[in-house]
Design a protein around this ligand. Structure first.
Ligand code: HEC
Ligand code: HEC
Length: 162
């Protein structure tokens, strides 16, 4: 479900923005060491068919657990898995998540794209770009981050589709 990023960002308070900078730095600096990790084969197999395998460090443990606990109603899709796979993936994602240091980090709807750091990092992307047919949704990281499938979000590997 596409959503309008810009008005939401505008509503973010200065305090939330400052808080987000620390998280943003963590994620940005983390590109090599924390987002480009070897993925659990089952995670890649089951969770990278409809979208990229999102780096586990981009959500706190509670968000991953809620997502894995409700796969039959997964952002408008049915992504159900057998209980053993759910358990394996949930355990692995939790272990590699952003951790519990900042309880406020759980974003609305447990969406990476609604995290304050995400909205901060993308504040300069014009609203019109998000609406281009090749992008459609902010969740579609690979539309702009050409190495997103490798967990690489470095600014050198960004190409905005026309
Ligand atoms: C049947 C297709 C499908 C499968 C399989 C699937 N997803 Fe998704 N997922 C979606 C859709 C559709 C969205 C919403 C995308 C949008 O809003 O544009 C989504 C969104 C997400 C988001 C939020 C992205 C954001 O907006 O920040 C996360 C996190 C996520 N999925 C994790 C997972 C995990 C973990 C698995 C494996 C257990 C998984 N997905 C498997 C279809 C799927
Ligand atoms: C419409 C294109 C687009 C989409 C879709 C998109 N991004 Fe970005 N992303 C950008 C741009 C542009 C920047 C800013 C680069 C800059 O100014 O340094 C950026 C910056 C980032 C950064 C900071 C990189 C750095 O080195 O500072 C991260 C992390 C990031 N994006 C992750 C994601 C994730 C995860 C997704 C999907 C859930 C996503 N992006 C979806 C265009 C996009």
């Amino acid at each position: 479900m596409p959503f309008d990023l810009v008005p939401r960002f505008a509503a973010v308070s200065v305090v939330a923005l400052l808080a987000s900078l620390a998280v943003s730095d963590v994620v940005a600096e983390a590109d090599d060491t924390r987002t480009q990790i070897n993925l659990l084969p089952k995670y890649r197999q089951e969770c990278a068919t409809c979208h990229i395998a999102y780096p586990p460090v981009m959500l706190p443990p509670a968000s991953w657990q809620r997502i894995l606990g409700n796969l039959s109603h997964h952002f408008g899709s049915d992504a159900s898995l057998d209980a053993d796979s759910v358990h394996q993936i949930s355990t692995w994602l939790t272990a590699h998540s952003s951790g519990n240091a900042d309880a406020r980090a759980a974003p609305p709807e447990d969406r990476i794209t609604r995290s304050t750091w995400f909205q901060h990092d993308h504040a300069e992307v014009p609203a019109s770009v998000w609406k281009r047919p090749a992008v459609k949704s902010a969740s579609n990281c690979a539309a702009c981050h050409t190495r997103a499938d490798q967990g690489n979000f470095d600014e050198h590997f960004i190409h905005l589709p026309q």
